[in-house]
Design a protein around this ligand. Structure first.
Ligand SMILES: Cc1ncc(COP(=O)(O)O)c(C=O)c1O
Length: 424
């Protein structure tokens, strides 16, 4: 749905019912269409207008997009309208159009996208579907989120696979080198995150997938942070599967996600969770014996049953919102805020240990760090006191902090974090 004045007002019974914030958003909506032009990443007036499109509180510096991407008004509006669309007339379905729109957004074909509810769903579908036997090896990182760790650990417990790990390095080349060293004749899967939740560096997945393909190894990517942050082209990356969500960097509704499964990989990746939509409409329980038919000839085989039209209308609106600004403009802005964060931290010398690489190709919108002389939990509490929202990284014993910024942030909010560090 395009965000315009008429649509915006439609669900409010009277203009008077709009809050001041909503009225500011309506005014800003007229200013944010880039019309396909490039926007300077430092054009603070433009980015201020973008900020006005978010109901997100201004009382806090919200620097935790890596956990939850707050939606702008047009997305919230589209969810409401999408629910109304179904619930008013008793209509059913409609979410398939979103799968096609998502496919285009991430550089895939319509028949390669399965709708899911989050990243974890997609990873579980891929983890359980890939054919593995006892003793087969899977390569992961020492920086996993529980959503990409626990499914594989569970499969190890139940099926006896072996997990090998590498630690993401300061350069993409060294990361590739570390992975290569782990590969042997038993390696069946590289299940790396595109961008680990811990320190947000960009892992060279295109090279990893090429390396895997040459050796007959499956590439199963945790793409929680890719769409909306990067200029994503899954065909170009060449992975077998890519699991993501539509809320973090896409700014869509929570509880929406997708799994990309390369078309030629679909007959290898076994589906276990089937139902309405994942079949090929040839099953018949009245036959003797009952007939199964087969799977849908697309990634729809990996999900069945009813989806929320409202939520997926919200995903449509999130893609429209991104495209109104321009994904390249968004990428440039968030990469420049990420660089600003790094530069401000590096200015502090020994006080801060920046753990995200500064290498151009490896950095974007997320930075991990440790503040010397203070425990990461204590530092988190200090941030809360100053109304700065970051994330603590307790996973895998990393005991660090993470800052992740999106288009609704500005340099002043990053400065607020820097001030908290200076007070330690
Ligand atoms: C790298 C990574 N993988 C997986 C997940 C799990 O995502 P979800 O909660 O959508 O399943 C997250 C969530 O933050 C993440 O950062």
């Amino acid at each position: 749905m395009q965000f315009n004045r008429r649509n915006f007002i439609r669900s409010a019974s009277m203009l008077a019912a709009l809050s001041l914030k909503e009225m500011e958003a309506m005014a800003a909506a007229q200013q944010i269409n880039s019309n396909g032009n490039s926007i300077d990443e430092n054009d603070e007036t433009y980015w201020h207008n973008v900020r006005q499109m978010f109901p997100l509180t201004k009382d806090w510096a919200y620097l935790n997009n890596g956990t939850m991407g707050p939606s702008p008004y047009p997305v919230i509006e589209a969810v409401k309208n999408g629910m109304m669309e179904g619930d008013l007339h008793g209509n059913y379905g409609g979410w398939e159009a979103t799968a096609a729109k998502l496919a285009k957004f991430v550089g895939a074909n319509d028949n390669e996208i399965a709708l899911t509810h989050n990243v974890t769903d997609g990873i579980n579908i891929a983890c359980w579907g890939v054919p593995l036997k006892r003793g087969d090896e899977v390569i992961l990182t020492t920086h996993e989120h529980v959503g990409n760790a626990f499914p594989w650990l569970n499969r190890r417990k139940l099926d006896g696979i072996v997990i090998k790990t590498y630690t993401p390095a300061a350069t993409a080349d060294e990361t590739l080198h570390r992975i290569k060293k782990l590969i042997n004749h038993k390696t069946r899967v590289i299940a790396t995150p595109h961008i680990p939740c811990t320190q947000g560096q960009i892992i060279p997945v295109k090279e990893i997938c090429a390396m895997a393909r040459e050796r007959g190894i499956y590439s199963i990517i945790d793409g929680a942070h890719g769409p909306g942050m990067l200029m994503l082209d899954l065909h170009d990356i060449g992975c077998d599967t890519y699991a993501s969500c539509c809320h973090k960097w896409m700014l869509g509704p929570k509880g929406t996600g997708f799994l990309y499964v390369r078309k030629d990989f679909q007959d290898t990746l076994q589906t276990y969770f089937v139902g309405g939509g994942s079949d090929n409409a040839k099953w018949n329980m009245a036959m003797n014996p009952p007939k199964m038919g087969g799977y849908n000839d697309s990634a729809h085989r990996y999900y069945g049953g009813t989806q929320s039209l409202g939520l997926y209308k919200g995903v449509d609106a999130a893609i429209d919102f991104i495209e109104t600004i321009g994904l390249q403009n968004i990428h440039n802005r968030i990469k420049s805020l990420g660089k600003y964060t790094q530069d401000r931290m590096l200015e502090l010398g020994d006080k801060v240990e920046l753990i995200t690489p500064t290498e151009e190709r490896s950095r974007c919108a997320v930075n991990g760090f440790r503040v010397k002389g203070v425990d990461f939990n204590k530092f988190f509490a200090m941030c809360v006191e100053q109304k700065v929202r970051i994330r603590s990284v307790a996973e895998n014993g990393l005991n660090s902090s993470r800052v992740s910024t999106h288009i609704y942030n500005n340099k002043a909010e990053i400065d607020k974090l820097i001030e908290v560090i200076k007070k330690v």
